[in-house]
Design a protein around this ligand. Sequence first.
Ligand SMILES: NC(=O)c1ccc[n+]([C@@H]2O[C@H](COP(=O)([O-])OP(=O)(O)OC[C@H]3O[C@@H](n4cnc5c(N)ncnc54)[C@H](OP(=O)(O)O)[C@@H]3O)[C@@H](O)[C@H]2O)c1
Length: 317
Amino acid sequence: MATTLPPQMTALLAREQDQGPDRMSVGERPRPEPGIGDVLIQVGAASFTPTELQWPSTWVDRAGRDRRPVIPGHEVSGTVVALGYGTAGFGVGDEVFGLTDWYRDGSLAEFVAVEARNLAAKPDSLSHVDAAAFPMAALTAWQALFVHAELKAGQHVVIHGAGGGVGTLAVQLALSAGARVIGTGRADARELVLQLGAEEYLDLGHDELGEVKDVDVVFDLIGGDVLHRSWPMLRPGGAIVSIVEAPGHERADVNNVFFVVEPNREQLTELARRIESLRPVVGKVGALADGPRLWTEKIAGGIPGKIVLTSSSPAVG
Ligand SMILES: NC(=O)c1ccc[n+]([C@@H]2O[C@H](COP(=O)([O-])OP(=O)(O)OC[C@H]3O[C@@H](n4cnc5c(N)ncnc54)[C@H](OP(=O)(O)O)[C@@H]3O)[C@@H](O)[C@H]2O)c1
């Protein structure tokens, strides 16, 4: 099998953090080799987080060494085409999806090497495009709501940024657990968030947050002023969980958490099992070559859910 793999591959390349996504290029890179415990995936579709060029891990390896030019993107769905030494759990030909390592080249390429323990079997009913939109959003929302905030049925949660990649899955997961959801964000996301089942939507540019009281959990995906305006909404003993910045300690009677999502095969497998009742929201789909333009559009705002890029390499066999 390995003899049929091309030595080079096409990938999206980022060179400088301050150049922005519009300055990324599509170029040739050596195809990655799977290491111990890795699988090599032929990418069917991949996605990214719009802010990831600001993450320090995007530019260095775990030892802090510069690894530019980097291949961004940490969400992948594709087919296993080779196994690293000692890799168990998957075989060549399996369709998998999951999160790639923060400190290694990512998924916006024809091939990516990923630790097998960070992947799960892709549900047959899910296309590669929908599967690539799922792992970061679903795992982050799951860990925020149920691991860190310990959200329970009947509780009231406010989700800031509810129309985005993570927010749209968070709304659905909170509802599926029997919670009551208020979504917030820009006016143009109102219809989508209400369609997903939120009971109320607040346009942050217009509506007052001060009207909302006694909520059990605030899940913040925006940070800054929106996060700081959230404290009075919470009941004593409630929780504020942000994935953007540490919330601070404005109230001693409210738990506060900032965390970074962890890849987790068991949680991803459980989320995949529920896929019939969860809808990954894909705002736009393009080819790798469309990456710089679509990434810039996503940052400009107004594109719901995730952007997914497909790889057009011929099937390896
Ligand atoms: N810590 C972690 O593990 C982790 C994991 C995943 C994501 N994140 C972070 O979480 C954040 C959200 O990620 P995402 O992938 O869901 O991004 P996204 O798809 O861009 O979603 C953010 C949502 O919030 C809205 N929004 C942003 N700023 C706003 C403002 N000032 N007022 C009203 N609405 C606003 C956006 O609307 P527009 O699109 O119209 O601007 C969008 O609907 C990012 O900062 C990302 O880095 C952290």
